[in-house]
Design a protein around this ligand. Structure first.
Ligand code: UGA
Length: 439
């Protein structure tokens, strides 16, 4: 099949490469011409495991290419996926849908024959009818353009795998058994044949599916982090508690790692956006637990800042703090709403000299937080440090021998906010250690 993917960020570029891998002929479209050039050269403009391999394979095989032209995209296929970003509006928790509506408005004039526009972007419930209205108004084929809602559940750092082997496929339509459904079932045939649960539903349920899933994931993380607070107050151990809870198959251990809480371009934005939309719909009480999940999440960041002040004294001026980690989670270079950088910036604002290191995310971190110092080598980064903070749990950090670090610091103290450093090993090497939620 031929298809386009409009918007080639983390979501769209991966979806385009994934659809090519499934055997389709794919045209990716993005208005950022530099991004288009990079993608056409077989490289992703960001770091995502396995994605460069797929892009190289399919830009070479001829099944995948990228353009900056809406007209070319409209002419190319009858199926158009839309994966543009929907951030929060500046200064507000509401979604900014301008990129989505703009993309639909610019694609529409080229749609002269029946086509399906399948939206993957995360939106507040009630957006699909607005997309349909734009298409009716601007597309020459008018009512013959069908809107489908196909939320994307991929995780950064597992994006390729989640695209090719998703946990489920959700397809939302305005009418049952439509032409749009047949077309999307054909597009996802290999995934459906592999036994992937496929749920066909209405627009609103499909829209809600994504926000609700991310709200649950954020709440689960905050639940275990709330337990970490109680563990800290009572002398219990949150890692052992999480294991005990996780053995109950109704609870499960996945997605329940205690630590510094959630960040990134999705969970924080989607919880905020979900609450905002619930308020607009007069269903704000239903989102009460999400407000609490956000509050717990904010407290974890505060807790690390407080612990740093406990270790170094309330006046941080003249103190040197090293932060291991800048990405919002390991195996990505994405620093959007990174808990590690939020803590690093807050300590800098309190007067400390903060040196940050990260295997992949330093360039992005530098752009957002120019006041922090950056060092590539995590060992050299601890030179003369008064305190080391382990804030993003890259595997690489756990392989560094703490014995070779201790003498480089002014005093070997570490706060492990992610709980992945071996306390025994670090203590044997002469470090004083504190781990969030651990005894
Ligand atoms: C999240 C969802 O997991 C995806 O299903 C969804 O498609 C995606 O958002 C999206 O909306 O596009 P992602 O933001 O890539 O994916 O990252 P996660 O792996 O969910 O991690 C989010 C944050 O929670 C990270 O800061 C991570 O460190 C933290 N986290 C995650 C924990 O603190 N504990 C956990 O057990 C899991």
């Amino acid at each position: 099949m031929k298809m386009t993917v409009i918007g080639c960020g983390y979501l769209g570029a991966t979806h385009a490469a994934g659809m090519a891998e499934l055997g389709h002929e794919v045209l990716g479209m993005d208005s950022d011409i530099d991004k288009v050039h990079t993608l056409n050269s077989g490289k992703a403009p960001f770091f995502e495991r396995d994605l460069d391999g797929l892009l190289t394979k399919h830009t070479s095989s001829g099944r995948l290419r990228f353009t900056a032209s809406y007209g070319e995209a409209a002419d190319f296929a009858d199926l158009h996926f839309i994966g543009v970003g929907t951030p929060n509006q500046p200064g507000s928790d509401a979604y900014d849908l301008s990129h989505l509506f703009d993309a639909v408005r610019r694609l529409a004039p080229g749609l002269k024959t029946p086509a399906v526009v399948a939206v993957k972007s995360t939106v507040p419930v009630g957006t699909a009818p607005r997309v349909a209205e734009i298409l009716r108004a601007y597309a020459p084929a008018g009512d013959l353009i069908e809107v489908a809602w196909n939320p994307e559940f991929l995780r950064e750092s597992f994006a390729v795998d989640d695209t090719l082997r998703p946990d489920r496929l959700v397809l939302g339509f305005s009418t049952a058994h439509s032409w749009a459904e047949a077309l999307l079932r054909q597009a996802f045939e290999k995934i459906i044949e592999a036994g992937t649960p496929t749920i066909v539903t209405d627009w609103a349920t499909a829209e809600l599916a994504k926000g609700a899933a991310n709200s649950f994931l954020g709440t689960k993380i905050s639940f275990i982090n709330a337990m970490a607070e109680v563990c800290e107050a009572s002398g219990a151990d949150v890692a052992e508690l999480a294991d005990i809870l996780g053995h109950d198959h109704r609870i499960g251990r996945h997605g329940m790692r205690p630590g510094l809480g959630f960040g990134g371009g999705c969970l924080p934005k989607d919880l905020a956006g979900f609450i905002n939309r619930a308020d607009e719909l007069d269903a704000g009480e239903a989102a009460g637990m999400l407000r609490e999940a956000n509050a717990v999440n904010a407290r974890r960041r505060r807790r690390v800042i407080d612990l740093a002040c406990e270790e170094l004294g309330p006046d941080l001026r003249g103190k040197r703090i090293t932060v291991w980690g800048a990405a919002f989670k390991p195996e990505t270079d994405d620093v959007r709403d990174s808990p590690a950088l939020a803590v690093a910036q807050a300590l800098h604002d309190l007067g400390a000299t903060v040196t940050v290191t990260d295997p992949k995310a330093l360039d992005n971190a530098r752009k957002l937080h120019p006041g922090l110092d950056y060092v590539e080598d995590p060992i050299a980064a601890v030179d003369d440090a008064d305190l080391l903070l382990h804030l993003t749990e890259w595997h690489h950090f756990t392989t560094i021998d703490p014995r070779c670090l201790a003498t480089r610091t002014t005093s070997p103290k570490v706060i492990d906010a992610r709980g992945t450093l071996s306390t025994a090993h670090w203590r044997d090497a002469g470090w004083s250690t504190r781990t969030l939620g651990r005894r």
